[in-house]
Write a protein that binds this ligand. Sequence first.
Ligand code: ADP
Length: 366
Amino acid sequence: KKKIAVMTSGGDAPGMNGAVRAVVRQTIASGCTAFAVYEGYQGLVDGGDMIKEMKWEDVRGWLSEGGTLIGTARCMAFHERKGRLTAANNMIEKGIDALVICGGDGSLTGADRFRGEWPSLVDELVSSGMRTEQEVKPFRHLNIVGLVGSIDNDLSTTDATIGCYSSLQRICQAIDFIDATAFSHQRAFVIEVMGRHCGWLALMAGVSTGADFVFLPENPPSENWQEEMCSIVGKHRELGKRKTIVVVAEGAHDRDLNAISPNMVKDLLSNKVGLDTRVTTLGHVQRGGTACAYDRMLATLQGVEAVKAVLEATPETPSPVICIDENKIVRKGLIEAVQITKDVAKKIEAKDFAGAMAGRDAEFGE
Ligand code: ADP
């Protein structure tokens, strides 16, 4: 009978609670024992009450709750071997031999590193006298399964991350609100959206709201983007448009990697096009609120699949990450998925924008 723990780590995203609920209930339905690790890797390092057994009713109503109810954190201690050794000891103490982690690429990288190191951590627990050979015997292998929770939709190899559609929905709503006031005063608004290195939220928000111009990290605008943007916005105004919306991804830059900030865009629209222009940084409203139906569905189906993957894994199975690919819930290699994602960031840094876009294919479409 396995003891399977679930945790959320890195940036919170709507739908994480649905994932925790699904993992807990599928674990129990499979005849196993479920645990939740509170506050991400910090809870694993701290142990004790931070690792709690979860019953069926403990996750009741969680599908419609935003954020993550078991908490999340960024944990420096887990970057050190000493922290991971303590984490391993705490897991063995509770009898946990499998971990489902819902987080971004950082969290998943940490998870795979932990699994890779696990046999040597267990050896060290014995050699240092913290555990006996007898105690660690059933814990020679650690099973890790990743779920991708992130509003940014920034993991290549999956079409959607848990939380991205809720965030996109929130952004669209916010832009609709801004539209009304922009229209009334004939104003221009420059809207900054989240996404770190990934322009998915910005691009899809632009498409979904009919924005005039969008700035993305993966596909920077032409060298004379200032003239291009002003000319496009000017043309739209000549055609009778009473409002202007320009969406800027937080990681936007030009082809030389100089940052393009919302204020730079605002100055251009004010001074060159003569528009009364305001900047709105949407900030953390993009992360809050309840999950949309799609994210609840994704979190539930993927949580169930994660438990199945745990139960079917052998010590030789590489750690999987649960993805959605062309509407199918599938398992992919965790480390490959993280690597492809990291390569996109490297390609952007190397100004290989075509390569970066190709690396995002899973999200942006062909
Ligand atoms: P995200 O999962 O959203 O990408 P972070 O990159 O901040 O967020 O990672 C979340 C946590 O995962 C970190 O605070 C750290 O505890 C752990 N982590 C990330 N990368 C590693 C790593 N290379 N080794 C060990 N732990 C890591």
